[in-house]
Ligand binder design. Structure first.
Ligand code: FE2
Length: 374
C-alpha cells in the first residue's frame, strides 16, 4: 500500500436540498453553471432527483428526496436545511486511499464500491466528517458517460441565459464546529488525509466588539491543493456567527465553499447583475485601503473594488481579493466566497474578518440572533 493517498484534487461537491430543481435553476441563472446531467425517475432512480452542474473545474451535484422513503436526503434537509452533504477527492486508487485513511483514524461510512453501466465504471468510498457530512474518495477515470452511472442528459432542454461569472475552481471548503471540536476535526483531517496545519488563529486574533472565533487551516502538503479551514466559536459579548450557524444548522457542518476567479471585478459585476446578494462592506474600508501600504501593490483600481464591494487583504506574499455572498438558502447557514489570489497569495483574508464580521453582525441583528436567548 502506498504511504500517501495520491489525492489529485477536489472532485464533486453534493448538496442535499429541499428542491434540487430550484437550486439547479439558481446556480445556472445566478452563478452561470451549466446543467449537464440529471438522475431521477426517468433514469431509473425512483425516490431522489439529482442535477449535475459544471462550471469550468467546479462540479456540483444537487439532490432532493422526492419521496419520504429516501430518508437519507429527507432527514438531512429536515434537520439542517439546504446544505453540503459531501465533498469528494479525486484519488488514484479508491481502495488504497480509503484503507489508509481508515488505518489512520478515518471513520468509515461507505466501503469501496464499483458502480457500472455501459459507459464504464466509477469507484467510490467515504469517511465521516463533522456531524452529518462525508469525505468521498472517487475515481472516474474509467467512465465515459455523464458524471456517473444513473445519470443521463437533463430531461428538459432549458436554455438559461446568465452573465458569465468566470468562476474557475474550488479554492477551499470551510467547516463550522462547536466549542472544543476544532482541534479534534483538525487532527482528524491531518491524520486521515495526510494534511498539515497551515495557519492558526487563536483567541483575540479574530474578533469584533461583540463576538469572536478560533480558526485553523489544514491543507495538503503538496502546495495546498486541498485547503480546509475549520472555525470554532469563542466567547464574546454576543452570539458569534459561528454559534448562529451551529444553532440554525442544528450541528456542525460546511459553512462555505470558496470559488476562484481570474478576474474578480468582472465576476462580481456579473454575479451582482445575475441577482446574487453579497455582504456589504462599509465605505470607510476603501478609504483605509487607500491609506495602507498594501494599496501600492494592488494593480486593481481601488474605486472599482469600492464600486463592487470587493475585499482586499495580504498575508505573507501577494494579496487576495474576496467577497462573500449572503446565505444562499433560507437558513443563515451556507454561503459562497468568490476569491482571486494575486502574486501567489496563500492566506484566507484574516485582515478582512473584522469588516466582514461587523457586516454579518448587522444581518444577525436584523434576524434577531445577535443576542443570546436567556
Ligand atoms: Fe474562505
Amino acid at each position: 500500500m502506498a504511504n500517501q493517498l495520491n489525492i489529485k484534487g477536489y472532485d464533486y461537491i453534493e448538496f442535499y436540498v429541499g428542491s434540487a430543481k430550484m437550486w439547479a435553476y439558481w446556480l445556472a441563472k445566478a452563478m452561470a453553471f451549466d446543467i449537464v446531467g440529471y438522475s431521477g425517475p426517468e433514469t431509473g432512480i425512483k425516490d431522489k432527483t439529482s442535477y449535475f452542474l459544471v462550471k469550468n473545474k467546479i462540479k456540483f451535484v444537487i439532490s432532493s428526496a422526492i419521496k419520504p422513503s429516501y430518508y437519507e436526503v429527507a432527514s438531512f434537509v429536515e434537520k439542517h436545511g439546504d446544505g453540503v452533504k459531501r465533498w469528494s477527492l479525486n484519488v488514484e486508487n479508491v481502495k488504497d486511499a480509503f484503507d489508509l485513511a481508515v488505518k489512520n483514524g478515518g471513520i468509515p461510512v461507505k466501503n469501496p464500491k464499483k458502480f457500472e453501466d455501459e459507459n464504464g465504471y466509477i469507484e467510490e468510498s467515504a469517511i465521516k466528517l463533522y456531524d452529518d457530512a462525508e469525505i468521498v474518495f472517487i475515481n472516474r477515470d474509467n467512465y465515459k458517460g455523464i458524471f456517473r452511472p444513473g445519470f443521463g442528459k437533463p430531461i428538459q432542454k432549458i436554455s438559461i441565459t446568465a452573465q458569465d461569472s468566470g468562476l474557475q475552481e474550488v479554492d477551499h471548503i470551510v467547516g463550522n464546529v462547536r466549542i472544543n471540536e476544532m482541534n479534534l476535526w483538525g487532527n482528524y483531517l491531518n491524520k486521515t488525509l495526510n494534511l498539515e496545519t497551515f495557519l492558526e488563529f487563536g483567541a483575540g486574533d479574530i474578533s469584533t466588539q461583540y463576538s469572536a472565533l478560533l480558526s485553523k487551516v489544514v491543507r495538503s502538503k503538496n502546495g495546498g491543493r486541498i485547503k480546509n479551514p475549520i472555525n470554532e466559536p469563542y466567547e464574546g459579548l454576543k452570539k458569534s456567527q459561528i454559534e448562529e450557524y451551529i444553532d440554525e444548522y442544528w450541528g456542525s457542518g460546511i459553512q462555505h465553499i470558496a470559488i476562484s476567479t481570474n478576474n474578480i471585478i468582472a465576476s462580481i459585476k456579473a454575479l451582482r447583475e445575475n441577482g446574487v446578494e453579497f455582504l456589504t462592506v462599509p465605505n470607510a474600508y476603501y478609504d483605509l485601503l487607500k491609506e495602507k501600504k498594501l494599496s501600492k501593490m494592488i494593480t486593481e483600481d481601488i474605486e472599482d473594488l469600492r464600486k463592487y464591494g470587493i475585499l482586499c487583504d495580504t498575508e505573507g506574499k501577494g494579496y487576495l481579493l474576496q467577497l462573500f455572498t449572503k446565505p444562499v438558502s433560507d437558513r443563515p447557514t451556507f454561503f459562497f466566497e468568490i476569491i482571486q489570489r494575486r502574486e501567489g497569495a496563500e492566506g484566507f483574508g484574516q485582515g478582512n474578518f473584522q469588516a466582514l464580521f461587523e457586516s454579518i453582525e448587522r444581518d444577525q441583528e436584523l434576524r434577531g440572533s445577535l443576542d443570546r436567548e436567556e
